[in-house]
Design a protein around this ligand. Structure first.
Ligand code: SAM
Ligand code: SF4
Ligand code: F3S
Length: 442
């Protein structure tokens, strides 16, 4: 008899990659994806804890499944960072949750999935910071883009951030495991891979066969996998982005000319309180070095405003930094206190209205800068990877450039998963509109 699951994934690419790995493992165990939650015997929510808003959304989903249980009984499983943060408390607060699976308990969960029984749902003890086991594969059949974890956890303890508490200390995945996964992806003709980790630049594997740091891993991947056209990596902490990695970006055409380099704030006082371990000048000099070596690089960032004690002057320093750097894009957030972090001890003294006002200013400024930079590129011809049909119109395709920008182009669905050349014609919001030039890239 076939058994059906339903999975929902929240949060970052790491969660998405881990959900893919779980789906692969469940498929091998004979599970099939249900076409709706109502058909599923097991419902899995892979959760995020980074902001209170992320957790609220998941609480809303738990509420929905609680009511669904009355008509469609199922086993509700919470895994991921919120599960790790709240542990058994989650089951007390949300009785609809049957099983909590922490970051380090995936093996025990797979044993349960071999022979699940609603009357005997196990208690999987949540150990903190046990050894993290990477799964074997993190991609789904038919996908032409893949996110490959190369490390797990974080040692940085930025004072606002819950990640080091729910993901544990940094562990670097062995090069052999990474290459095994990439061998399969190259054989399947994957077009783009992104090497992921909370801080990929501190990748360091030391094993019986030697030692490998991040630039050596990048060089090795580039030499071994010439048939993977686009390679990206995410996320880089500014303090760890070395000149050697910048050299790799400058040297290898397979490495996409796009870098996510979260700055968080522009005030030295706030950066110190955030425990970011760099100051404004360090960041500006790093950007200068990067742009000198790789002039075409697109630079994106994270901005976090409303940190405790942030004054108008601190906030202005952030706007000044944004104007000085002129990022291509930015993910912008306002500070949410997270229980257990260092900053949770400080009073959350920037009122919500002020946080929202400042956030709006940041978003407007970034939008303006992004548009100005993009407008200059209208008229140019550029290589894109065709990703999917546009949600708006079935005759249009959503494509992405090497610089991670979106372009809408009229074209047939057969182009999905291939490279094309397009001419950029106009800009709507943050998205380019273009036309295919008839040139198919190999
Ligand atoms: N490891 C990455 C780095 O060093 O930037 C980012 C990890 S975090 C999952 C993604 C972003 O969420 C952070 O860069 C930060 O801007 C934001 N973030 C983290 N904790 C937050 C909090 N307590 N409130 C609001 N935003 C937060
Ligand atoms: Fe969080 Fe800082 Fe680690 Fe990024 S580097 S995951 S922001 S603690
Ligand atoms: Fe969220 Fe955990 Fe990622 S807290 S952002 S899912 S590491």
């Amino acid at each position: 008899m076939e058994r059906y699951y339903w999975i929902e994934t929240y949060g970052c690419q790491m969660n998405k990659a881990e959900s893919n790995a779980l789906v692969q493992e469940m498929t091998e165990l004979g599970w099939r994806q249900a076409s709706s939650p109502k058909e599923a015997e097991i419902i899995i929510l892979n959760t995020c804890s980074v902001r209170g808003t992320a957790e609220m959304r998941i609480r809303g989903r738990i509420g929905y499944y609680k009511s669904l249980k009355r008509t469609h009984p199922h086993t509700l499983v919470l895994m991921g960072c919120m599960a790790e943060r709240l542990k058994e408390r989650l089951k007390e607060e949300e009785p609809a949750v049957d099983l909590v699976v922490g970051t380090f308990q995936k093996g025990a969960f797979l044993s349960f999935l071999r022979n699940p029984c609603r009357d005997r749902i196990p208690h999987i003890p949540l150990q903190e910071n046990a050894a993290y086991q990477f799964a074997e594969g993190h991609y789904l059949d038919g996908e032409f883009k893949a996110f490959i974890p190369i490390m797990h956890g974080c040692n940085n303890f930025c004072s606002y951030c819950i990640v080091p508490y729910v993901r544990g200390r940094e562990v670097s995945r062995s090069p052999e495991e990474i290459f095994r996964e990439l061998n399969k992806l190259q054989d399947r003709g994957v077009q783009e891979i992104t090497l992921i980790g909370q801080n990929v630049n501190s990748y360091l594997y030391e094993g019986p066969d030697g030692r490998m740091d991040f630039p050596s891993l990048l060089r090795e991947i580039i030499h071994r996998y010439p048939d993977i056209p686009w390679i990206r990596f995410l996320t880089s902490h500014p303090k760890d982005l070395s000149d050697e990695v910048i050299d790799c970006l400058a040297t290898y055409s397979q490495l996409c000319k796009s870098l996510h380099l979260p700055v968080q704030h522009g005030s030295n006082r706030i950066l110190r309180l955030m425990n970011r371990k760099y100051d404004r000048d360090f960041y500006l000099r790093l950007v200068e070095r990067l742009r000198n070596r790789v002039p075409s690089i697109a630079l994106t960032t994270d901005i976090l405003i409303g940190f405790p004690t942030e004054t108008e002057e601190d906030f202005q320093a952030t706007l000044e930094l944004m104007k000085a750097v002129r990022f291509d894009d930015a993910f912008t957030y306002y500070y949410n206190p997270r229980e257990g972090t260092e900053a949770y001890k400080y009073p959350d003294d920037v009122p919500l209205e002020v946080k929202l006002e400042r956030l709006k200013v940041v978003i407007d400024l970034q939008r303006r800068i992004g548009r100005e930079k993009k407008t200059q590129r209208i008229g140019s011809r550029i290589k894109v990877l065709v990703e999917e049909m546009s949600k708006m119109k079935s005759t249009e395709l959503l494509c992405r450039t090497e610089r991670d920008e979106m372009v809408i182009v009229p074209g047939p669905s057969e182009w999905i998963g291939t490279f094309r050349e397009v001419e950029l014609l106009s800009l709507k919001g943050n998205t380019f509109w273009g036309k295919d030039t008839g040139w198919e890239h190999s």
